[in-house]
Design a binder for this molecule. Structure first.
Ligand SMILES: *Cc1c(COP(=O)(O)O)cnc(C)c1O
Length: 413
């Protein structure tokens, strides 16, 4: 089918929740191809999902083998892949006494975290969860309420009670939101959808201290930042701060849907039979996919590659930012979750890059989010930097044409 035919079929039969313009039909490593056979350098990775690249041979074999052996059994039965995966996650987390619960998506993992916090607090009448402004936690009723952005909530009321909001990287504002009913604080170590904003070291350290002093749980949403994306297994490990529990999804299955809650000793045994359940969570197939992802991250030393390529990429992006400091204010992020922060909307740059054969993501209005796979090569990053350099130079010229003084095209430096 051509892109046009796919678009027409989609318009007739799919709810218009998205407005895509590109039909992708094949992927390999850092490349994807559209329906017309054009190749793109994929620096979106399904939004931090395909962390080991498209169609990695180890994942193909793991999934194929498992499909031929056993796809699904109810959680009423043991399935060895589940505790094997849980053990890996617990060990890599470093969280003492960690135990897992598997589900299918990020929203579901966060929904589970919220239920876990409420059940933990129920004896003492604690149920409130404090989340951050600009955060993103999912689209179920509880997780969209937890999300600190009004645009996802409009029209969906009445929303569940028990959520309070604080300003990210502002410990005083969290303190002000605490009440005798506060059960937990839920935070991203690096806000992805919010605009690629890393937490300050002091903020997360103070948050841990505050939670300990007031008997509050510290929960991390690692759905986007987890699974090696920031150069450590989990985002919070950049800060040497240990949460009481965290959620995972996106990169866990490299595109096979699987999510998880990982909870430390305080919470590991709070859910008892009957408290929480799932039909599909943690099937042999899902766990095999996730085990293969962890195997690849370990055996190909992708945490080191993420650190090195992340630093290399950030340096190149800084050079581009310096060259266009009239309208690019800087670069931020951790590992291979980077944002080029513009003083103008990011969509025109995203579009220009796509025309040139590179996929990146406009986020939070003025941020170009860049998420290559964790096994990206230096050559691929060089290619991306060269395409971005070209695209920025062209945009600069276009903006100069529109404005008599090119210095005024940005909203201030
Ligand atoms: C994507 C995302 C979610 C939601 O995950 P889904 O799998 O789409 O439900 C939650 N939290 C964060 C930080 C995310 O980036």
């Amino acid at each position: 089918m051509t892109t046009g035919e796919i678009a027409e079929l989609q318009q007739d039969y799919l709810m218009p929740t998205y407005a895509p313009g590109l039909a992708l039909v094949e992927g390999s490593g850092t490349s994807v191809w559209d329906a017309e056979g054009n190749e793109y350098l994929d620096f979106v990775s399904g939004i931090a999902v395909t962390n080991i690249g498209h169609c990695h041979p180890k994942m193909i074999h793991a999934v194929q083998d498992q499909v031929e052996t056993l796809v699904h059994v109810s959680n009423l039965y043991f399935n060895e892949k589940q505790p094997l995966l849980a053990k890996k996650l617990a060990e890599h987390s470093g969280v003492p006494g960690a135990k897992c619960f598997f589900c299918n998506s990020g929203a579901e993992a966060n929904e589970g975290l919220i239920k876990l916090a409420r059940l933990w607090g129920s004896e003492h009448g604690k149920y409130e969860v404090i989340t951050m402004r600009q955060s993103f936690h999912g689209r179920t009723l509880a997780t969209l309420t937890a999300t600190g952005q009004d645009k996802v909530k409009t029209g969906f009321g009445p929303l569940p009670e028990g959520f309070k909001y604080a300003s990210f990287n502002d410990i005083q504002s969290v303190e002000d939101a605490v009440t005798s009913k506060t059960a937990a604080v839920l935070v991203e170590a690096l806000q992805g959808e919010g605009g690629v904003i890393p937490a300050d070291q002091e903020f997360l350290s103070d948050l841990r201290k505050l939670c300990d002093e007031r008997g509050i749980l510290l929960l991390c949403d690692e759905v986007q930042a987890g699974m090696g994306r920031t150069g450590t297994w989990f985002g919070f490990q950049n800060y040497n701060v240990m949460p009481d529990a965290f959620s995972l999804a996106k990169g866990l299955g490299n595109g096979f849907p699987v999510g998880a809650i990982v909870a430390g000793e305080k919470l590991a045994n709070v859910f008892q039979p009957g408290h929480h359940a799932t039909t599909f969570g943690g099937t042999p197939l899902a766990c095999s996919a996730a085990l293969s992802v962890i195997d690849v991250i370990e055996s190909e030393d992708l945490l080191t590659n993420t650190m090195m390529m992340g630093a290399y990429f950030a340096e190149g992006l800084c050079e581009i930012a310096m060259k266009h400091k009239k309208w690019i204010s800087g670069v931020r992020g951790l590992g291979l979750l980077l944002g080029l922060v513009l003083d103008v909307p990011a969509v025109p740059l995203q579009k220009k890059l796509q025309e040139k054969g590179m996929l990146a993501l406009a986020t939070a209005g003025n941020v170009l989010r860049l998420l290559p796979p964790l096994n990206v090569t230096q050559k691929e990053i060089e290619r991306a930097l060269s395409l971005m350099g070209e695209a920025c130079a062209e945009l600069h010229d276009e903006m100069a044409e529109q404005s008599p003084n090119p210095c005024e095209c940005g909203a201030g430096e």
